[in-house]
Ligand binder design. Structure first.
Ligand SMILES: [Fe+2]
Ligand SMILES: [Fe+2]
Length: 535
């Protein structure tokens, strides 16, 4: 049945009420109609403003954030002339109702021009989706944009290519079926921005040729949730659905239209630890850990998500005698000025955090990372034997290492020994992986995730972390300090710490971000900010 035509006056009144009330929900209540009906009017009102002849993406109306100061949004994409994944659509609506969220959909076309014939909200999309279509550029909060007008080709291998600067300093979510996330560098001291794709609510519908078959492999049912809080801070997560349309977002599961809370996750990959320089804010957000008392309050991210595993990358920086700076006379002077000249103190600081961060229901898995292996390098350098403040420790660790050689223990790792020595309780509780040792999780999903790689060593021994995107397994990695999703490879991020001045020589993308892996094998990146990790 054709939709009833709405008069221009009715549409203008809908826009006015949205401006007055600030949200679809409140404006719909004022009119005495359902929120979906109100969203339909707003969508119609915005379509009626389209330029009559062109309507190219760059000419789309820009809807500013003043209309939406706070809120929760579920953003997804839909292909024209394509069936919906009905169970996912039902679950998304249930989750939207649970969170009081608005659903925004960006349409994309595979072979026909989305904006050439203005068929966006008439016949090409499934009628259930039409009230939610938002092929516009919309500010969801002070610093985040929905770029619903992008209409990116679904078969492109890198959907974010070329979009890095389009929204300047503002984060952006683009409708696309392939999950991708990229950090865009900024000058030191400012928060790097992320751009990401949304996931899709329509079923795979590709031409079965080269590009289409590859795109189908990366077709990811799901959506991106954006939460904007009262401070104007935003938090985004890409939520991937399982084949039956169910999904988990943090500790919330939605299945068959039912929302339930308190679900555990499989694993978290926090930012590289770099324990001797751990900032209090990071310790508070993830473990609710006070660095002065070394006690946890039980309200950290880990206590909400209750992961089965947590992974440790670069547990210590080895800043007291790192090979990058230990022969630099001025850096040596800095270490003295900072009171940071003791190798053992570096390792002790990391060990204490690892001990305090443990939970009885979570296995801690430590990856042999490049900063851990800097200890090996120092122990091979005879200069350590005549370093007055560290000579005793240098000789001690070398003697233990040689004892291991004498007994034929090729599994001995001196950094693991050194960490364990500072807190013997760690010995039984932490799994120390060797460099290059595999640790797979989520094998039952049919596509296990390799969690043993820090990524300082790439495929075939290269130094390219990104080369890990093309190994057999999916990968959760650290090391780059820059949040990123490329194909099946996820990177955590780590913000600047007090000792990272050397890396602040120009624009960069360092910022805290964690990988959350669900039991289904689906993953999200969580990016804390201002002492918070969700909205
Ligand atoms: Fe590293
Ligand atoms: Fe690191």
């Amino acid at each position: 049945m054709p939709a009833r035509r709405l008069s221009e006056a009715v549409l203008q009144e809908a826009v006015r009420l949205l401006e007055v009330h600030g949200s679809n929900r409140a404006a719909a209540a004022a009119l005495g109609i359902s929120r979906s009906a109100f969203q339909h009017r707003i969508a119609r009102a915005q379509v009626s403003k389209d330029p009559p002849e062109t309507g190219a993406a760059s000419e789309m109306p820009f809807i500013p954030a003043q209309l939406r100061k706070t809120g929760v949004f579920l953003l997804t994409a839909a292909q024209d002339e394509t069936a919906i994944h009905a169970p996912l659509w039902e679950n998304m609506q249930a989750y939207a109702a649970h969170r009081g969220a608005e659903i925004l959909i960006g349409g994309f076309t595979y072979q026909k021009g989305l904006f050439e014939d203005h068929a966006v909200v008439t016949a090409r999309y499934r009628p259930e989706l039409i009230p939610f279509l938002q092929p516009r550029v919309i500010e969801l909060g002070p610093n985040i944009v929905w770029y619903g007008a992008a209409n990116i080709l679904p078969t492109t291998s890198n959907p974010l290519a070329g979009w890095q600067t389009q929204t300047r300093e503002k984060w952006a979510v683009f409708p696309h079926a392939k999950i991708a996330l990229e950090t865009v560098p900024v000058m030191p001291g400012r928060r790097p921005k992320q751009i990401m794709t949304s996931g899709v609510v329509t079923l795979p519908n590709y031409v079965q040729r080269n590009a289409g078959q590859k795109a189908e492999f990366h077709h990811t049912l799901g959506f991106t949730i954006v939460e904007v809080d009262g401070d104007g801070d935003h938090f985004c997560r890409q939520v991937s659905a399982e084949p039956d349309g169910s999904f988990q977002d943090l500790d919330v599961r939605v299945d068959s239209g039912q929302v339930s809370e308190g679900h555990r996750v499989k694993a978290i990959n926090p930012p590289d630890m770099h324990g001797e320089h751990m900032p209090q804010e990071r310790a508070s957000v993830i473990w609710d850990l006070g660095l002065q008392t070394m006690t946890c309050g039980g309200k950290g991210l880990i206590d909400v998500l209750r992961p089965q595993y947590q992974f440790v990358d670069d547990s210590f920086t080895f800043s007291a005698r790192n090979h990058h700076t230990r022969d630099d006379p001025h850096e040596k002077a800095w270490r003295i000025a900072e009171g940071n000249s003791s190798v053992q103190e570096n390792i002790r600081a990391a060990s204490r955090i690892m001990a305090a961060a443990q939970r009885p229901w979570c296995r801690t898995v430590h990856k042999a990372s490049n900063h851990n292996l800097a200890l090996d390098r120092w122990l091979k350098d005879a200069a350590g034997a005549s370093d007055p403040g560290n000579a005793y420790y240098w000789h001690h660790l070398n003697s233990v290492w040689h004892e291991a050689i004498r007994r034929g223990d090729r599994d001995f790792q001196v950094h693991a020994y050194a960490l364990q020595q500072e807190d013997p309780g760690l010995l039984a509780q932490v799994k120390f992986l060797r460099e290059g040792e595999s640790f797979l999780i989520c094998g039952q999903s049919g596509s296990p995730i390799e969690c043993g790689l820090h990524s300082h060593v790439g495929a075939r021994g290269s130094r390219s972390a990104q080369s890990l995107r093309r190994i057999v397994e999916r990968v959760n990695a650290g090391h780059t300090h820059e949040a990123k999703i490329v194909d099946g490879l996820y990177f955590t991020g780590k913000g600047f710490d007090e000792a990272d001045a050397f890396a602040q020589r120009g624009p960069g993308g360092w910022a805290d971000a964690l990988i959350v892996t669900y039991r289904s094998g689906k993953r999200s990146l969580v990016t804390p900010w201002n002492g918070k990790w969700r909205g």
